[in-house]
Design a protein around this ligand. Sequence first.
Ligand SMILES: Cc1ncc(COP(=O)(O)O)c(C=O)c1O
Length: 436
Amino acid sequence: MPVVSRSPGEAAVLRERAARVLAGGVSSDARRLPNGTLFVDRAEGAHLYDVDGKRYIDYVLGQGPALLGHAAGPVADAVAAQVRRGVSYSAQHRDEVELAETLVRVVPGAEKVRFNSVGSEAVHGALRLARGHTGRSKVVKFEGHYHGWLDPVLYSVHPPVDAAGPARQPRPVPGTGGQQLSSAGDLLLAPWNDLDALTELMERHGDDVAAVIMEPVLCNTGVIMPAEGYLEAVHDLCRRTGALLVFDEVITGFRLSLGGAQEYLGVTPDLAVFGKAIAGGMQLSAFAGRADVMDRISSGQVAHAGTFNSHPVAVAAARATLEVLERDRDVIYPRVFHLGALLAEGLREAAREAGVPLLVTGPGPMIQTYVTDAGDVRDYRDFARTDLAAAARLHGLLMDRGVNIVPRGLWFLSTAHTEEDVTETVAAAADALRAL
Ligand SMILES: Cc1ncc(COP(=O)(O)O)c(C=O)c1O
């Protein structure tokens, strides 16, 4: 479709109007980009068009959800059809049973499911359930991992390192003003990918720990795979201490593989949380896991509610998304892995030619670019040592050249991206890297 600039400068006008009526000019802090704010007019496939008609190859994909690309036909059709049958019932419906059956079929650890709207509340549900099941209060969280914006977990996502304590015994650093700091009393913090440090922590506190929660592939602080054998060992440690292992698969779910990171990495948690890609861009989340644990909810022992839970339009979008993913899994996953690998290799080559020390990691459906001389990034402290200011500048240079990525250097791939998109992206990135 030709790009027509209908009203040049509209973004600048909207930015000013937004600044007057939206706090900070945005509706989520994540949209306060280091280099301005993107005002989108529409999104199709792998492309975004801003209000001034500029086209971007989009690797943000709504922060991950649009695995099938924006406005994917089957998802758009399902949403339109459901809107005409009623938007919100707050009652049970046929489609949510079928969707739950699909999750139980494709996600290894999902024996029973509950739906919510967004990832943060499904994390909240899973952790409450873990506490209700074990009768214990403490939760182990890892430095650099993000589990939503609610008080009990918004600690030490990207803390200032000089305030964060020793690397092997980090302390919880609050993520925001206004946080209910008593919640820190129930939180134990550990460095990720360090089994000895976690073992020592669990030796001291294991009897009080309800849950160990993690992003099984860390995607909010670089894209970092678990070290070989690490997840298996954490799983064993949880078994020995009676803590539940909770995978936050809000990013990895359905993206890394149809059954999420737990299928891809072969380690089954007790509970898992899903969001983002589950519904192709509509707001749906879920937590799912062992039937005996989920039955604490069935029995009324642990409360779980929400006006919009299993929202019919979101469920319709999820059913359409999962139908495509399940039917075409043998084509879809190899494709996003291939495109991600192609992009990663192209970016490495472009950086070599430009003389920029760029480390590119990640399995393919998501990749990460770090500006650093380091050969590897294994945890938050490594991430914090990379050149974050240069990464922010690179983000701006890419935006100028029509490539949209998550500012900290995260790139999501979709089935709508093509090899031509990748070639165009690498050319734009080569130019951006030369300018860095
Ligand atoms: C791993 C992870 N967990 C939880 C959340 C919170 O999800 P939401 O923003 O839908 O509340 C996010 C959001 O980015 C996430 O990346």
